[in-house]
Design a protein around this ligand. Structure first.
Ligand SMILES: [Zn+2]
Length: 402
């Protein structure tokens, strides 16, 4: 028995246009696109007439275990029961799927609760996107470990980095995440323009990842940290805020993806409660760096750096399920075209994950991950936040069309 999506407008993320065609779905994959007759008597038909249909979106930077509502990242689960974190992550995963994200990469969990959520999603016990998880991220000794007791694993020097990278893999991680520079959502003592892991430590993490057929993602704001991450062979640079032409040119040359996460600033400022509760030094940093971050994302794109969409959902006010706001912000803030931003959020993510065969576009043979809108996001990018239909692997997660 096949499922048909009938009457939709299918968006081609590579060519950049729509065509009207029915989608035939069998065994979780796209079996045909138009021109093959209609459903047989046993088939199930879903009317999506006039809807704009896209491949499932891929968010390459989330933190499912991080609560976004209270605004303060300082030890958010301190004093709480471990189960609360796990339940929060499960609910965050469901919200993420309903928001149009059918595949997500978690680049810093909390005591491996997100890996349990991944496993239960895979077994059909929970609703959520297909997850790639880093487990705990690797960090040098820093004051910020006190903020994120369940997210950070401390490792100094290449030997400790190798050991802690192996530990993440033993806990079920799909990738390794490292801190190449300081963070913005950190203590007063930490500077996002400072180097954390040095080149030899980054190379150690990349080697363990690659020897295990995984990849390494590097958090990097500072320009020299971006360069180190690219030189070490990290698959992606997260944030990339303070790069310059040379650093982005090096990323382009090495094929390093940039995951900009530009919506962190606007998401925080749009949420009065989260913004009011946030530690003042962090709020000031968010306000002070937004224009630089947006301008540099544009610069990186112009230089030819490959871009994959990532929200950093989990930062204060950056709510799970509002992931489409990053695509909107890449257009309204960083001046990418809607077509380029949507490409980054589909094919860009698929290429970063090495899943181009299965994900990233509507094509025969790929997994039937389909997201639908009543209005055309190419004509007005704000429409990207009004998701009406989500299918993952041929299973309808929501249908609010019509
Ligand atoms: Zn993050």
């Amino acid at each position: 028995m096949a499922t048909w999506l009938r009457g939709g407008r299918l968006y081609d993320v590579v060519e950049g246009g729509y065509r009207e065609a029915d989608l035939k779905i069998e065994r979780g994959r796209i079996a045909a696109m138009g021109g093959t007759g209609g459903p047989s008597a046993d088939d199930r038909a879903i009317d999506v007439a006039g809807a704009c249909l896209f491949p499932g979106f891929i968010d390459c930077h989330v933190h499912l275990c991080m609560p976004t509502e209270d605004g303060n990242p300082d030890d958010p689960w301190g004093g709480k029961l471990p189960g609360e974190t796990a339940i929060y992550a499960a609910q965050a995963a469901e919200r993420t799927l309903m928001g149009g994200v059918t595949t997500a990469r978690d680049v810093g969990g909390w005591d491996y609760h997100e890996i349990a959520v991944r496993n239960l999603i895979d077994r059909g016990r929970l609703k959520g996107p297909r997850l790639y998880c880093a487990g705990r991220l690797l960090s040098v000794t820093t004051s910020t470990i006190a903020y994120y007791r369940g997210m950070y694993d401390e490792a100094n020097g290449p030997d400790e980095v190798r050991a802690k990278a192996r530990k993440q893999l033993a806990m079920g991680a799909d990738l390794i995440k490292v801190m190449a520079t300081g963070a913005i959502t950190s203590t007063e003592y930490e500077d996002a323009r400072a180097i954390q892991y040095q080149l030899d430590e980054l190379k150690a993490a990349v080697a363990i990842a690659e020897e295990n057929r995984k990849h390494c993602a590097a958090h990097a704001h500072a320009c020299d940290g971006i360069r180190n991450a690219a030189l070490a062979g990290c698959r992606s640079v997260e944030h990339g805020s303070f790069g310059d032409e040379d650093a982005y040119a090096l990323m382009a040359e090495k094929g390093t993806f940039l995951v900009p996460t530009v919506c962190v600033h606007s998401a925080l400022l749009a949420d009065n409660r989260a913004s009011a509760n946030l530690l003042p030094h962090i709020r000031e940093r968010y306000a002070a760096t937004e224009d630089i971050h947006l301008g540099n994302t544009r610069l990186a794109s112009d230089i030819g750096v490959k871009i994959a969409m990532g929200t950093d959902a989990g930062t204060p006010g950056n709510h799970h399920g509002d992931n489409m706001q990053e695509i909107e912000r890449m257009v309204t803030g960083a001046a990418l075209t809607p077509r380029d931003a949507i490409f980054a959020a589909t094919m860009g993510g698929a290429r970063l994950l090495g899943r181009e065969e299965d994900l990233g576009s509507l094509a025969v043979g790929k997994l039937a991950d389909v997201v639908g809108f009543a209005a055309d996001p190419l004509a007005d990018i704000h429409a990207i936040r009004d998701v009406r239909f989500v299918m993952k692997g041929g299973e309808t997660a929501r249908n609010d069309l019509g």
